[in-house]
Design a protein around this ligand. Structure first.
Ligand SMILES: Nc1nc2c(c(=O)[nH]1)N[C@H]1C(S)=C(S)[C@@H](COP(=O)(O)O)O[C@H]1N2
Ligand SMILES: [Mo]
Length: 321
């Protein structure tokens, strides 16, 4: 692995207190860029320390609101999750994900880039000012939430990574560590969890590199310390607890597509007109209250984010589901 100039403190020397301080400084730009972690730091045996959720320095972005729907209660968003590495019940991740160790945490930048590198999470987190965007979040299981996600556009990190012109796709790979993820590999999913986007989708300003929600760092069960949110696609496109971002010239392997390609396509744009083979996608249950009887409403094309439509002009979205 090639290394970039080491201008920042390697993660092995960052104490939990310092990592916490880094959260407080999210607005401050690191002048010399994100900085890369040395190979030694990336592989050093170091006690991994999970940080409890802490406050993020985020600015509301009022351009991203969902005026017609209430925001999902925070406790609901953090207790009704899909994270199969911690179990398949919606309540399993919140119960089991305390074993996930989110510091130190490195993200590998690999594949078709000018120079592969390893980045420390706190450098990535503080690279750009963070904003809060309230997004509709739609699961393929026909429920939806409205969640204030905290992060910055993925395009900012991609630009930092200098992908080569031959890079046409971006792959996101989740952590796969049986010691931390008790149900890894036992739910039919081949680890590591892998997802991907076409380069234009990854560069779209709506695609959010996400570090938090509700103004706090992500809870472990939400995919701490870093995930993506792609608001016009079904939730499974948003890989959690990412350890690698890989630039490719071919469509990457994606977890659900590999498991059942008839049911889960690569694009997975929210589309009320393309049903899942076993159920309709025309409606969704609104999980944005604590009610036991959620309201059901019609699902919107692209989950309501019409501004992405031009990326699919001329594509048959029934075939490219
Ligand atoms: N690594 C990993 N990422 C994942 C999943 C998973 O099981 N493992 N589930 C996906 C699915 S199906 C959904 S709907 C969302 C759920 O995100 P949430 O729990 O924050 O609502 O995460 C996605 N990312
Ligand atoms: Mo999902």
């Amino acid at each position: 692995m090639l290394l970039r100039t080491e201008t920042e403190i390697p993660s092995s020397e960052i104490t939990p207190q310092e990592a916490y301080k880094a959260f407080q400084m999210t607005r401050r730009r690191v002048l010399s860029g994100i900085g890369a972690v040395g190979a030694a730091a990336a592989t050093a045996a170091f006690p991994r320390i999970a940080l409890a959720e802490s406050k993020l320095n985020v600015k509301d972005n009022t351009a991203y609101t969902v005026p017609d729907r209430d925001t999902t209660p925070e406790a609901k968003a953090k207790s009704y999750n899909n994270f199969y590495e911690f179990g398949t019940d919606k309540s399993d991740p919140a119960h089991n994900a305390h074993t996930l160790q989110t510091r130190p945490w490195n993200i590998k930048i690999e594949g078709l880039v000018k120079q592969p590198m390893t980045l420390d999470i706190d450098k990535v987190l503080s690279y750009r000012p963070m904003e809060q965007r309230v997004y509709r979040f739609r699961c393929v299981e026909a429920w939806s939430m409205v969640i204030p996600w905290d992060g910055y556009p993925l395009s900012e990190l991609i630009n930092y990574c200098n992908p080569l012109p031959s890079a046409k796709y971006v792959q996101f790979i989740s952590l796969a560590d049986k010691k931390q993820m008790p149900e890894l590999g036992s739910s039919g999913i081949n680890p590591p969890y892998s997802e991907g986007l076409r380069m234009d989708e990854a560069m779209h300003p709506l695609t959010l590199l996400t570090f938090g929600s509700y103004g706090e760092t992500l809870a472990n069960q939400q995919g701490a310390p870093i995930r993506v949110i792609v608001p016009w696609k079904y939730g499974f496109k948003s890989a959690k607890s990412i350890v690698s971002i890989r630039f490719l010239d071919k469509q990457p392997r994606t977890t659900w597509n590999e498991l059942n390609s008839d049911e889960y396509g690569f694009y997975s744009n929210v589309n009320p007109k393309v049903d899942h083979p076993r159920w309709s996608q025309a409606h969704e249950r609104l999980l944005n209250t604590n009610s036991f009887f959620p309201k059901t409403v019609p699902t919107l094309m692209f989950n309501g984010y019409d501004q992405v439509a031009s990326m699919y002009a001329g594509m048959d979205l029934k075939r490219n589901y």
